[in-house]
Design a protein around this ligand. Structure first.
Ligand SMILES: [Zn+2]
Ligand SMILES: [Zn+2]
Length: 239
């Protein structure tokens, strides 16, 4: 290694996971690649789905008709390339570099964008996985992401407040009714004394049934405000 390369590595120790160039930031993504992420905007402030263009309300028709169990979904990105690849890598490759990066991006968005004029939650609850799935994968990616967010924001997180009762089927490929049935009673809370304002962390929110079911349990335990922080939100218009 040349002296120049050696010095550069000390000054810029991070490598961008997308372009493999040296990162000019204190995380494993360069500014250029970060700018090009499919950042979420113009979405319903409750469910996080795109609002129809030209709409003059900030809550979509679905949420107006049937209020979700959670108060708001805050998503980093729409579920699209390349965030989808990062999430898959975080889930299956045992590579915690991806969960660390996703956690850092979430923490940045929380402090710089989402909570400018809003009170912060006082507890982070990652969506639990069933024991069988943790055993197979070795870890719960949402817990790993939550650990980073918790550390960055100095917010406590609890990974054992809630238990996943069944190894639910993957939601993709199921009909709406099947998804609802699949998630029913999927969680049991182990504590009834929980903070009044909670942020649920999930890597990806697809239909909202998983975080909806968890929110239902938290709500029943007296949680007043439930925000959902996720790395990506599947948009209806993107399938
Ligand atoms: Zn890059
Ligand atoms: Zn909505």
């Amino acid at each position: 290694m040349s002296l120049f390369k050696g010095l550069a590595k000390i000054l810029f120790p991070h490598t961008c996971v997308l372009c493999a160039e040296r990162s000019d930031q204190s995380r494993d993504m360069c500014i250029e690649c970060e700018k090009k992420l499919p950042w979420t905007h113009s979405v319903c402030k409750q469910c996080g789905l795109h609002l129809p263009s030209g709409t003059d309300t900030d809550i979509c028709g679905h949420c107006q008709q049937k209020t979700p169990q959670f108060d708001r979904v805050l998503a980093l990105c729409d579920y699209a390339d390349p965030i989808d690849r990062l999430i898959t890598a975080a889930k299956f490759n045992q590579k915690l570099v991806y969960t660390r990066l996703l956690g850092e991006l979430l923490a940045k968005q929380v402090t710089q964008k989402w909570y400018q004029s809003q009170p912060m939650p006082s507890l982070i609850v990652p969506v639990p996985l069933h024991d069988a799935r943790i055993k197979a994968r070795g870890y719960n990616q949402s817990v790993e992401i939550a650990k980073i967010v918790s550390k960055k924001l100095h917010l406590p997180f609890s990974f054992d407040i809630c238990k996943r009762n069944k190894a639910t089927l993957a939601q993709s490929g199921l009909t709406h009714a099947e998804r609802e049935k699949n998630m029913k009673n999927a969680f049991t809370l182990r504590s009834t004394s929980i903070a009044s304002h909670v942020a649920i962390i999930d890597d990806i929110v697809t239909t909202g049934h998983t975080v909806g079911e968890l929110s239902k349990q938290l709500r029943a335990a007296g949680v007043k405000q439930i925000d959902v922080w996720c790395c990506a939100r599947t948009q209806r218009d993107k399938g």
